[in-house]
Design a protein around this ligand. Structure first.
Ligand code: G3I
Length: 301
């Protein structure tokens, strides 16, 4: 193929980008998006603070706009993210106990129901594990409602949208380490007990080196019987950027259950990483060396 999306599709995969809905009116941005990508993830528009600003008052303007753009252009949608310790509305940040648990599960049910049938995969729970060597859960208001909050969220999401793949999504999981092993053990436990989980997202916000066991880590999750996806890929600028992009792409292509790759934005100027210049297109919309490296890897090079 000669584009990211065509080359990925030839291998049965998607190639996606995180989209800030406000940029859909920028012709350069949307031109690249529509020609190169066939999956979108809302960068912020489906998060809790955006969709339930006051308790019980739901608004889906940005998410709906992105879904219609996707449907009009043959793109699938990754929903992001139903529950997360960050970007909670202020009213939820101050809650705890049963009240917070009920509010959180209601949030999952309402949002997944609104978008039912339109989402390829949901990040049901985002970033619930701690960094460092513990391998345990991150402390948060949600975690303090009880260790079973994650499985309760997955069950609610399955009931609301049985057709969506349900993912757990996290960062600093780029190799076999304490954090990724903690998640691995949770997924294994969920599969053994019939908790509905279909996929694990590896955000892959990367620096100047890539873990040597990146592919092996994806494979061990796939071997548990879940799909894996690269969900928020961006890589620090520098002499290794194109190589790392190529290696990540080849790793996904080598794991049959790796169903797609998403970069966390389109142009360097769209990235949360600012001067890291971490994406595949420069601020003027030109293809970078990293783009060529990804395209070649998608095409088997
Ligand atoms: O929309 C408001 C605007 O009204 C206000 O004036 C302005 C002032 O700060 O803030 C705007 O909201 C910002 C929002 O992005 C939209 O631009 C928030 O402050 C800012 O915190 C928010 O950042 C997002 C960040 O998640 C929040 O944690 C980034 O865009 C987004 O790229 C980033 O994405 C996360 C993933 O969801 C999860 N994984 C890590 C990844 C990178 O941090």
């Amino acid at each position: 193929g000669t584009t990211l999306k065509a080359s990925a599709a030839e291998k049965g995969r998607y190639f996606g980008a995180a989209v800030a809905t406000g940029k859909l009116s920028n012709s350069q941005y949307v031109g690249i998006l529509n020609s190169e990508f066939n999956s979108v993830t809302p960068e912020n528009e489906m998060k809790w603070d955006a969709t339930e600003r006051s308790q019980g008052q739901f608004s889906y303007t940005g998410g709906d706009r992105l879904v219609s753009h996707a449907q009009a252009n043959g793109m699938s949608v990754r929903g992001h993210a139903l529950l997360w310790h960050a970007q909670q509305p202020p009213w939820a940040q101050g809650m705890s106990g049963t009240a917070l648990r009920n509010a959180a599960i209601n949030h999952v049910t309402q949002v997944a129901t609104h978008f039912r049938g339109k989402i390829y995969a949901w990040d049901v729970v985002n970033e619930a594990f701690a960094d460092g060597g513990s391998g345990g859960r991150r402390d948060s208001n949600l975690q303090r409602t009880g260790n079973d909050w994650i499985e309760a969220a997955f069950r609610a999401a399955r009931a609301a949208d049985p057709g969506a793949k349900l993912c757990y999504n996290d960062y600093n999981t780029d190799g076999i380490n304490a954090k990724s092993t903690g998640i691995y053990n949770m997924v294994r436990d969920f599969k053994s007990r019939g908790v509905p989980i279909d996929c694990v997202g590896f955000q892959s916000h990367l620096g100047t080196t890539l873990a040597g066991d990146y592919q092996a880590n994806l494979q061990r999750f796939a071997d548990l019987g879940v799909d894996v996806q690269i969900t928020e890929l961006d890589v620090m600028t520098g002499s290794n950027q194109a190589n790392i992009y190529g290696s990540v792409t080849r790793a996904c292509m080598a794991v049959s259950r790796c169903t797609g790759i998403t970069t966390w934005g389109v142009r360097d100027s769209d990235s949360w990483r600012g001067s890291d210049n971490a994406l595949l297109f420069d601020g003027s919309g030109n293809k970078k060396a990293a783009y060529t490296s990804v395209l070649n890897a998608l095409n088997g090079g």
